[in-house]
Design a protein around this ligand. Structure first.
Ligand SMILES: NC(=O)c1ccc[n+]([C@@H]2O[C@H](COP(=O)([O-])OP(=O)(O)OC[C@H]3O[C@@H](n4cnc5c(N)ncnc54)[C@H](OP(=O)(O)O)[C@@H]3O)[C@@H](O)[C@H]2O)c1
Length: 252
């Protein structure tokens, strides 16, 4: 999976929703998925960044994506249901759902952890993926195969001092993946989590401000495992915790 070489039309005619698609890993996966034939639904907070991703996909001549500017911190249950209804009208199904949007919050010991930040981080990293998945499940049941991919991190698998709500929310994501994977056992929907490992993005810089980012891989270099898990070659991989890189250095 780590050295996966996707075929040119791997994702042809597949509709894939990516959250946090305007920057970093989400943008790189969205562009790569579009380059392999998928029609993307680009979801993110900043409309301007989504439009830049849209322009890049269109300029490359890939299938024209749909844009969904949505703030996952404040989105309501109704917003998710309306989004699912719009996707149903536009596409009638969903072949892939990548929960990639995430925020770090702040690094602090629990006794000094600001409660407002805690709730915000849990809303974006854990509650939003639950609400979006719940709304999209009927659409994910339509194709012959579908893939739901959640994003985790090293600290979501083994908590570490000061990582607060980020670590706790991603541990919650791992729990959600276990529950959902068990519920969807022997169905056409597979459910997994992926830890991208350390990647040169804004979030990584926020977590490790003193680090020299030039030693970190770019988001574009780790998209292979995402395409593998979103596409037909990942069929049969279900309920797994996966990594997008070999373990070489400390991940967040
Ligand atoms: N980079 C790493 O080393 C690393 C390691 C382990 C795990 N991860 C995980 O990988 C995922 C992608 O992160 P990244 O490294 O690519 O960082 P990033 O460039 O900061 O991307 C985070 C994305 O999340 C979106 N987002 C944040 N808050 C949102 C909100 N309220 N509503 C909608 N979208 C929101 C952002 O959208 P806007 O730009 O529109 O705000 C942005 O596109 C995250 O889940 C992160 O936890 C990253």
């Amino acid at each position: 999976m780590l050295d996966y070489k996707p075929s040119a039309n791997l994702l042809r005619d597949r509709v894939i929703l990516v959250t946090g698609a305007g920057t970093g890993i989400g943008r790189a996966v969205a562009l790569a998925a579009a380059a392999h034939g998928a029609t993307l639904v680009l979801l993110g907070r900043s409309q301007a960044r989504l439009e830049q991703a849209y322009d890049a996909i269109e300029a490359a001549g890939h299938p024209r994506p749909a844009l969904v500017p949505l703030n996952l911190e404040t989105a309501t249950v109704k917003d998710y249901e309306e989004l699912a209804a719009t996707l149903d009208q536009e596409f009638g199904r969903l072949d892939g759902l990548l929960h990639n949007a995430g925020i770090l919050g702040r690094l602090a010991p629990i006794d000094h952890y600001d409660p407002e930040t805690w709730l915000k981080v849990c809303q974006v990293n854990l509650n939003a993926p639950f609400l979006l998945t719940r709304a999209c499940l009927p659409l994910l049941r339509r194709p012959e195969q579908a893939s739901v991919l959640f994003t985790s991190a090293e600290v979501g698998r083994q908590g570490r001092a000061y990582w607060g709500a980020y670590a706790a929310s991603l541990a919650g994501v791992e729990g959600l993946v276990e529950v959902l994977a068990d519920e969807l056992e022997n169905t056409a929907i597979r459910v997994n989590s992926i830890d991208p490992g350390p990647v040169r993005t804004g979030l990584r810089e926020e977590a490790y401000p003193a680090e020299d980012p030039t030693h970190l891989p770019l988001p574009e270099s780790i998209v292979g495992p995402y395409l593998y898990l979103l596409g037909p070659d990942g069929h049969g991989v279900h309920g797994q915790r996966l990594r997008a890189q070999r373990e070489t250095r400390t991940g967040g």
